[in-house]
Every structure is written in structure tokens, then in C-alpha cells.
Design a binder for this molecule. Structure first.
Ligand code: CP
Ligand code: NVA
Length: 301
């Protein structure tokens, strides 16, 4: 494993190795055991979109590993004035030991990896959000003990989160059911991947069907970063795609609920369901720190 660009690139074994290391690093942090695996290393963090969790967890995580995190807003970089990614990648490779990037196009992340010579970590693109899904898998395993026999359903937009969850959950052996409006399905590349899993994958436009007998329910905002102009149109398209009490009644009685955050209460999830599952959702947010530290150690140590 040289980079973390998308879940599609990881083998099941690599995912499990990251999760195991994340569990260990979480244990070490909680017990005050130092783990300076990245002493003297520098991570550049390029943000072309807003962030709370990704920025703070990478920054803190790098510090806890003994390294130095460098926040690079695209507004201040020459990349924001049109310097090509190919050149940026080759320059930054001479200063840094790794780059985390949050941007729009997946191609930009893939190009950084192709032209640079240091590990690249995808901190979210329009196509996927692998760091979040590694934290989600870590949280599911923490609460449920294992992935065996589990079903995950995702309700809402066939977006970056849906894409990464489909791939990640199928790769670790879970069944996956996705409920989204017909015009908002995940892209063909993801559906083609999922279809190879046969009956373990289901795509429907009916949330009640997706939630039937599920162990884990997950949703995300209806308008992602960059889609703010479509918010009203999307609100109409996604009416009915809400995690609420009626939907929860379809799931197993001990089903857990996850949300990558930020959440829009009373849109994709009711306040009541959100607060009833807040312990899971905020453990998920915490696990970003541990999962990303594991990724950085695997790639940069
Ligand atoms: N879930 C997530 O990536 O949060 P931020 O946008 O705050 O980084
Ligand atoms: N789908 C959301 C996830 C935010 C963490 C977005 O891209 O804005």
C-alpha cells in the first residue's frame, strides 16, 4: 500500500490491518503509551473545501505520532492560482513526507500520487471519502464485535460517502443495501463493483426495503460541499429518505446509526434518532483520529 486514494484500491487484508493498528493506537493513546512512529516527519494537508473533523484529527494525530502537520489552504497555495498539480506534486515531494488532500475531483488526487514521490491520502473528494469509511468500519467492529453476518444500509444520496461505504462494507464481508432516488444513484464504476457481490448487494429507491433487518443504518447530507446551489431541489428529491422512528422500526432492535457529520437534523435524520445514537456517532467521529493515524503509520513510518 503506497497511498490511500480510494477504498477500491485496498484489499480486504489491508483494510483489516489498518483497523487492527487503529485499535492498537486507540488503546495506546487511552493508556498514555507513547507511539512516536512518525518522529521528525511532516504531513502537508491541502484543503480546497471546509473541514472540522478531517483537519483537526489529522493535525492532532500527526502530533501524537511525533510528527509535524502543515495546514495548506488552497487559497494561499499557487495551486489556487492555477499551478498544475503535476508541478505541485513534484515540488511538495521534496519537502514533505506525505500529503493529505481534500478537493473536488478524484483525478486531482490520483495525479498527485502519479507525479509526486511521497504517500498521498485522500481526505475527501466528490467521488469518495476513504478515511471516513475506515473510521466507520472501525466503529462498527467496535460496537458489534465482528463484521460476520452484518447488514449495512445507506439512505439518501449516492455520493462520496455512499460510494466508499459500498466498497468498504462489501470488502469486509457485510451485506449492503442502498436506498436512493433514481436520479441520485452511485456512479456506474461503484455499481459494477458491487454487482459482482451478487445477493450481498441491493440497490432500491425504497428506504423501508433497505432498512429491513439491518444492523447498521447510515446517512449523509442531501447536498454535499459544492452542491449548495442545488440544496432546494435536493430537499424535494430526498423527502422520504430520512432516518426516523418509522425507518428504525424496520431495522434490528439493536441496530446502530452512523453519520459522518456534519448532520442536518430533521433533514436526513431526525433529532430524536440522532440523539438516541449519539454515543455511536461521536465514537465514529473520534475514530477518525485513530484510523487516520493507522493509515499514516502504514504509509509514512
Ligand atoms: N466527516 C468529515 O469529513 O467531517 P469534516 O468535513 O468536518 O472534515
Ligand atoms: N458528502 C459530504 C460529506 C462531508 C464529510 C460532502 O462531501 O460534503
Amino acid at each position: 500500500m503506497k497511498h490511500l486514494l480510494k477504498m477500491l484500491d485496498l484489499s480486504t487484508e489491508e483494510i483489516i490491518e489498518i483497523l487492527n493498528l487503529a485499535d492498537q493506537l486507540k488503546y495506546e493513546l487511552k493508556h498514555g503509551i507513547p507511539h512516536p512512529h512518525l518522529k521528525g516527519k511532516t504531513l502537508g494537508m491541502i484543503f480546497q473545501k471546509a473541514s472540522t473533523r478531517t483537519r483537526v484529527s489529522f493535525e492532532t494525530g500527526m502530533y501524537q505520532l511525533g510528527g509535524y502537520p502543515l495546514f495548506l489552504s488552497s487559497n494561499d497555495l499557487q495551486i489556487g492560482r492555477g499551478e498544475p498539480v503535476q508541478d505541485t506534486a513534484r515540488v511538495l515531494s521534496r519537502y514533505l513526507d506525505g500529503i493529505m488532500i481534500r478537493t473536488f475531483e478524484q483525478k486531482e488526487v490520483e495525479d498527485l500520487a502519479e507525479y509526486g514521490s511521497i504517500p498521498i491520502i485522500n481526505g475527501l473528494t466528490d467521488f469518495c471519502h476513504p478515511c471516513q469509511v475506515l473510521a466507520d468500519l472501525m466503529t462498527i467492529r467496535e460496537f458489534k464485535g465482528s463484521f460476520d453476518g452484518l447488514k449495512m444500509c445507506f439512505i439518501g444520496d449516492g455520493n462520496n460517502m455512499a460510494n466508499s461505504l459500498i466498497v468498504g462494507c462489501l470488502k469486509v464481508g457485510m451485506s449492503v443495501s442502498i436506498a436512493c432516488p433514481n436520479d441520485y444513484q452511485p456512479p456506474k464504476e461503484i455499481l459494477d463493483f458491487a454487482k459482482a457481490y451478487g445477493e450481498k448487494f441491493e440497490l432500491t429507491d425504497t428506504p423501508m426495503q433497505a432498512a429491513n433487518g439491518t444492523d447498521v443504518l447510515i446517512t449523509d447530507v442531501w447536498a454535499s460541499m459544492g452542491q449548495e446551489g442545488e440544496a432546494e431541489k435536493r430537499r424535494k428529491a430526498f423527502a422520504g429518505y430520512q432516518i426516523n422512528d418509522e425507518l428504525m422500526a424496520q431495522a434490528k432492535s439493536d441496530a446502530m446509526v452512523l453519520h459522518c457529520l456534519p448532520a442536518h437534523r430533521e433533514e436526513e435524520i431526525t433529532e430524536k434518532v440522532f440523539e438516541a445514537h449519539a454515543n455511536e456517532i461521536f465514537e465514529e467521529a473520534e475514530n477518525r483520529l485513530h484510523a487516520q493515524k493507522a493509515v499514516m503509520v502504514k504509509l509514512m513510518a
